[in-house]
Design a protein around this ligand. Sequence first.
Ligand code: SGN
Ligand code: CA
Length: 522
Amino acid sequence: MTKIEILKVLSGTAAVLAVTSCGADKKVDTRYNIVYIMTDDHTAQMMSCYDDSNVQTPNLDRIAADGVKFVNSFVANSLSGPSRACMLTGKHSHANGFTDNSTCIFDGSQQTMPKLLQKAGYQTAIVGKWHLISLPTGFDYWEILPNQGDYYNPDFITMDNDTVRVEGYVTNIITDMGIDWIENKRDKNKPFCLFIHHKACHRAWLPELKYLNEYEDRTFDMPETFYDDYQGRQAAAAQEMSIWKDMDIVYDTKMDTGIDTPLASTYRYMVNRLSPEDRKTYHDAYAPIIEEFKEKNPQGKELAEWKFQRYMRDYAKVVKSLDDNVGRVLDYLEEKGLLDNTLVVYTSDQGFYMGEHGWFDKRFMYEESMRTPLVMRLPKGLKARGDIPQMVQNIDYAPTFLELAGAPVPDDIQGVSLLPLLKGENPADWRQSLYYHFYEYPAEHMVKRHYGVRTDRWKLMHFYNDIDCWELYDLQADPHELNNLYGKEGYEEITAELKQELKRLQDQYHDPIESKLARQGR
Ligand code: SGN
Ligand code: CA
């Protein structure tokens, strides 16, 4: 038997390739593996290592406990497709071309991080939600949900472009597919990067049957901004994502009394995917709640608060299955002896409103949706532990994974590698501001187009298109972003500084928005 030599070296900023020879002709590449788990719409308020007032997520917390928790983690454009494109390319939306969910098709011929990993000798795979319209490129294996996918007995698009229905609950199935790829489908001589992209916890929050009754005795605390009046914030006043006004009573809160609402037929289609037996279990769970709802017939604020509780409970149930499944991945990696050599990343495609400002959904550059959870379990050799305070963004994942793989990071990648932070370093020149740009308007939820800059303390935003409004917040004095300081006396200097910083970022990232607006006379 030939002795296996392991030559893992962390030199300078890059993890250097290690090859173990195992016999004369067989080479095993022992560079770090990457398991990237991304959920949909899972927000930090519903993850106990960030906020334990609503739910417990012991498995997600395990990742942070054995590694790091980024406490200032943000997206560049708070929407699914755009966020995924930022992550894959390491570039802002205008640069990767996927600016919104409704008009874009991802150009799969462009440079992406999975392609660069493949070039560096990695095996790559993605299972679950894709949402970029064109089929995946840069993956040795993929199996994806069509568009948003379904919670119950979902369809998947396979690599031979077939659509197959898989029996079961979507979060369990996607996890099974990920584990199956690691166990049975990859080339075990190569390091791998697996993307497990969950549908959970996207609207309309359909729980796994075994958790239908979970959280039903819980009354969640209402956020203090639930009855926000949007004073001084025109774009916030114009949105259509209010729990009270916009949540569909059948689709979102599952009160199917037989009435027709705009989304009732979509709801029935989703539930009818269950087998007759499972459908009965489902309806039996909601039947007493429907009865109580009919009896109480809540109106006004009572209805708003009732909808809030329903929303929180169903969302929490969906998170519970998700947490279980993240635990399954961690247990599997541990059992196979892979954990010490694997970076496990957990994040979401954006944050979400859990009643703050009275809302569900995301899109705005306000904190709840610009933020996204980000925790990492670190492999041996990466020494950081605990909270990481630096501002990071989803364009940073691509350069991080490339650097970890010892692959070159192309100059046109706009994100910054997080590897120094994972090594426990405190780089003196870390970024002091973040750029954000949201485009999907006019569209569902009617959040106006806007871009802006966020620093440690300040946020400046410009809402444009059919509106021309600026907002300025002091995040220290006003963490809930209720008091728009733009144009108020005493804030001229900070406004000018932030406008300059915004221009610097737009120049750095080559976002043409200012010149476009100038041409339109704005
Ligand atoms: C669907 C949802 C919206 C949600 C978008 C985008 N409506 O269209 O509420 O904002 O997805 O979400 S639904 O009636 O289909 O549920 S994203 O996370 O995929 O960007
Ligand atoms: Ca999402």
